[in-house]
Design a protein around this ligand. Sequence first.
Ligand code: MN
Ligand code: MN
Ligand code: MN
Length: 283
Amino acid sequence: MVTFSPIDLHAHSSVSDGTLTPAELVRRAAEQGVRVLALTDHDTVAGLTEADGEADRRGLHLVPAVEISSQWQGRDLHIVGLRVAPADRPLLDGLAWNQDQRRKRARTIAERLERAGVAGAMTVVEQAGESMPTRSHFARFLLESGAVSGFQQAFDRYLRRGRPGWARVDWMQMETAVRLIRGAGGIPVLAHPTAYGYTGAWMRRILTAFTEAGGEAIEVICGHAEVQRTQQATGYALRFGLKGSMGSDFHGPENPWVELGRLRAMPETVKPVWDDWPTALRP
Ligand code: MN
Ligand code: MN
Ligand code: MN
């Protein structure tokens, strides 16, 4: 059953592909009753200062965090870093490298979409400016320009692998992401383990490598995932001796299925990632 959780360790702002500014996100979290919120924008910590200022005003504890795009054996993995030092130089350099890859990919996607007859796709890149042009931005553009009638349809028709707007990208290696997060004093968490669509055999290989690299936790509760997925993630946590994290992966109020702090309870068998955190940061 989805209930209320005062701790939400996965959320995005408009600094990456969310639709609320960092301050608006924190305000909404506070209104929902969330006391501990991690801002986990994709490959950037640029929203943390604004979010932290608003968190102070709202009496909410902001966990400085990031969601790093990475690869292992050619497969994409998202690694959340919780409680990272946002000014850590090697971390910032690593994020800048990923940002560069993302900008290159965005230009390729735009060129391919225009070639496929989607006029104006390059404006997505131009309008992004200093912020990060993600595939969600292209999906919203396709929706707003009437090329598709739904957000998911934008991925299915244009942006998925094998579709006209697909472009591969080489993110940093998973081991690098883990090392950078640890180097910045943070906790590496494998995000949404049941959302990748990899087989059980691949997930076991991935989790072995993640644990050996220094990974410490896994998201056991993600968004509104079904009970069966929670059970699967619980099994991974127990089998690989990983702590459990939980987060909504909130991107904005447009998605009625995901809300800040609306999460299942952490299974009692799993050691929560916040177990040894200061009292103020625990639910
Ligand atoms: Mn996203
Ligand atoms: Mn993710
Ligand atoms: Mn996310």
